[in-house]
Design a protein around this ligand. Structure first.
Ligand code: SAM
Length: 276
């Protein structure tokens, strides 16, 4: 790890990231850091990561832990912080590596200029969300944005196949099969850039913490598209740790960070369970 340099134009609340738990062993190589995501990323080696996954706080004033940190920065500061994270992510990605950024479409649009300058656009994946409501004079917001970019041509790209949806009553395909039923039956259908089979907002009884955590299906899918065994998965906002768990399941090494100690503890406990 290189020595952390302070960020000159944005006050980092916790001006460094310290090693919380080291999981380097025979079957698994990984470390959890406690601290600020940007300070953490600045310590990750150049050209080392196969996947960087950014799922930052959305600047909506959420409390992710002990109530002391407020996820509410002035808008411009927030955007420039995310852009710094993107620049660092580009640096740490290996050639052919993938950056995924999960955010609200209104913020995602403000990141695309920087992303398009640094990296190669792959997809704007729309992840359908339910249980929202119309605000003001807008259309009903029905998706989150998962931006997928690569550093040059992707080294690893696997296109998942899905089982097509069937009617519960008559067991026939809901969408027209276009005469390819025999192929669909055998091979499934290609995953598109609209993911409407995943609900990103979780019920409390399926989460391991109060704040939101992404479903395993979503992070498993990211890892299956762009990951590979023994490559490095980097998750600067580990939260409930499902990203790291998906990486471990796929045989990847990992570096992860969270500013909340309770998240670091939760992730470490989950990893310990997963690897024993
Ligand atoms: C949207 S959640 C990530 C959820 C995670 N992907 C999951 O599936 O559980 C954002 C996480 O970032 C953490 N966080 C907030 N500010 C941070 C910062 N400056 N540096 C690192 N982590 C931060 C929060 O504690 C929270 O766990």
């Amino acid at each position: 790890m290189r020595v952390s340099k302070p960020c000159p134009d944005f006050p980092i609340p916790n001006s460094g990231a310290t090693l919380y738990q080291n999981f380097d062993g025979i079957n698994i190589k990984g470390k959890i850091f406690h601290g600020d995501a940007l300070a953490f990323l600045r310590n990750v080696a150049d050209n080392s990561a196969c996947i960087v996954f950014l799922d930052p706080p959305f600047n909506l004033g959420k409390d992710y832990g002990n109530g002391k940190r407020h996820d509410l920065k002035p808008h411009d500061q927030y955007i420039s912080w995310i852009l710094d994270l993107i620049r660092e992510s580009e640096r740490v990605l290996m050639h052919g590596g993938a950056l995924y950024v999960y955010h609200l479409p209104s913020i995602a649009t403000q990141l695309t200029h920087c992303l398009n300058t640094l990296l190669q656009f792959r997809h704007w994946i729309a992840i359908s969300m339910k249980n929202t409501f119309v605000r003001g004079n807008r259309l009903y917001p029905a998706h989150y944005a998962l931006l997928y970019y690569s550093k040059g041509s992707p080294t690893h790209f696997y296109r998942p196949k899905l089982s097509p949806l069937k009617c519960k009553q008559c067991n026939t395909y809901i969408k027209d099969d276009g005469g390819y039923r025999h192929i669909i039956d055998e091979k499934g259908i290609n995953l598109s850039d609209i993911w409407d089979d995943i609900s990103p907002v979780r019920h409390n009884n399926t989460k391991s913490r109060g704040a939101n955590e992404l479903p395993m299906k979503l992070v498993d899918r990211i890892v299956s598209i762009s990951g590979a065994p023994r490559e490095l998965f980097v998750d600067p906002f580990a939260g409930g740790g499902n990203g790291v768990l998906a990486a471990i399941k796929a045989g990847m090494n990992f570096l992860a960070c969270d500013i909340e100690e309770n998240c670091c503890r939760l992730v470490s406990e989950k990893i310990a369970k997963a690897v024993t």
